[in-house]
Design a binder for this molecule. Structure first.
Ligand SMILES: [Mn+2]
Length: 364
């Protein structure tokens, strides 16, 4: 694992940092009435051309105001909410101030917490920041005797410039004033699949060792029970092939069609290659469901999010229009339209937390 003395030292430090997130976390106790929405990576800007949040702002405002607030959800924003690498906080707050009001309303439903990521860690220096009292580095959800740790995820990066403690004011100013004008865009998704994989793997190992579930953002790649979309499709296809062979002849065509549809979806993932990240298999053999990732809020016409409702955890996708989202599902999940807003929600995956923790304890 360790290539040199200095690397080893850094890996040890990184592991210690992840452990410290567990100890200094803001504790929240879950019960059967809990409803929590977890979103990450909004990357809010100034509303201009380089603002990646702009395209889904209306979608987010609608689902927060017309759905989650009314349905009594509490809210966690899990890092990289403001894009401070590109924009000064003042310009973000003046453009998107209404969202700050909306976020704060979630306190009525229980709580509103906001962790910081690498792109908004500089908020710690902002005395006048309106959401300051909600800002923490990590949160723990206590589910019976079990623990879920919520943090942005950049803390697991092996690259120094990605970890907040190393980001000097000078680097931020470089990114904002030099890199932006020369056209470096999309910092927010500047991850190749190798780096993403390294971050996920390190959080996976830490979670398994600590026997906890981690909920992260940062890489913009949704994970459910440690599985990426490619992993999930592979497993579902294997499952269905098994079911096919033990199914009565007249029901086989239906399963055959599902297998074909999933296979086409998998082929499409491979064609997109690097964008999705082909590296899969965080585990050696049996996947341990210890890492979840909410994905991001600035996807193309779509927002992915995690919901916890009582003992259920879900990965959902909200999208604009009647078209199916990129993520297909073969278990007959139907999109639900939110009133006549034109926005719909589909459940991409869901499971019980009891199952998740049972599997975690049996397999680690
Ligand atoms: Mn990040």
């Amino acid at each position: 694992m360790c290539y040199s003395k200095s690397t080893m030292c850094f890996l040890e430090k990184k592991h210690a940092h992840l452990k410290s997130l567990l100890h200094k976390a803001k504790p929240v106790h879950l019960d059967h009435t809990s409803r929590i929405l977890i979103l990450s990576d909004l990357h809010m800007g100034n509303g201009g051309r380089l603002d990646e949040f702009r395209q889904n702002a209306e979608l987010l405002k609608t689902i927060l105001g017309n759905y989650y607030l009314k349905e009594k959800y509490s809210l966690v924003l899990n890092g990289d909410i403001e894009e401070l690498f590109k924009f000064p906080l003042k310009s973000i707050a003046s453009k998107w101030g209404d969202f700050y009001d909306l976020f704060l309303k979630f306190k009525q439903n229980g709580f509103f917490w906001k962790t910081y990521g690498n792109h908004d860690a500089a908020l710690l220096d902002e005395k006048e920041y309106r959401l300051r009292s909600s800002l923490v580095e990590s949160i723990t959800f206590h589910y019976g005797n079990e623990t879920l740790l919520i943090f942005h995820g950049h803390q697991a990066s092996v690259l120094l410039w990605e970890t907040y403690s190393m980001l000097s004011r000078a680097v931020i100013l470089f990114l904002r004033y030099i890199a932006k004008p020369i056209g470096i865009r999309n910092f927010s998704v500047a991850y190749n699949s190798r780096r993403r994989f390294a971050i996920e793997k390190s959080i996976y190992e830490f979670s398994n060792q600590s026997k906890i579930v981690s909920i992260i953002g940062h890489t913009h790649r949704p994970l459910f029970e440690s599985l990426s979309k490619v992993d999930y499709l592979n497993y579902r296809i294997e499952d269905l092939c098994r079911i096919y062979s033990s199914t009565a002849a007249e029901k086989r065509p239906e399963i055959g069609n599902k297998i074909m549809a999933l296979k086409n979806e998998l082929d499409a993932c491979y064609k997109k290659g690097k964008i999705i990240g082909l590296r899969s298999g965080l585990y050696n053999n049996l996947p341990i469901p210890s890492v979840f990732n909410s994905g991001c809020t600035i996807g193309k016409r779509a927002i992915t999010a995690l919901e916890i409702e009582g003992s259920t955890i879900r990965l959902v996708c909200w999208f604009n229009g009647k078209q199916r989202p990129a993520f297909i599902d073969d278990r007959d999940q139907q999109p639900m339209e939110l009133g006549s807003t034109g926005f719909s929600r589909i459940v991409l995956n869901e499971d019980s937390l009891d199952y998740v923790f049972t599997r975690l304890h049996l397999l680690t």
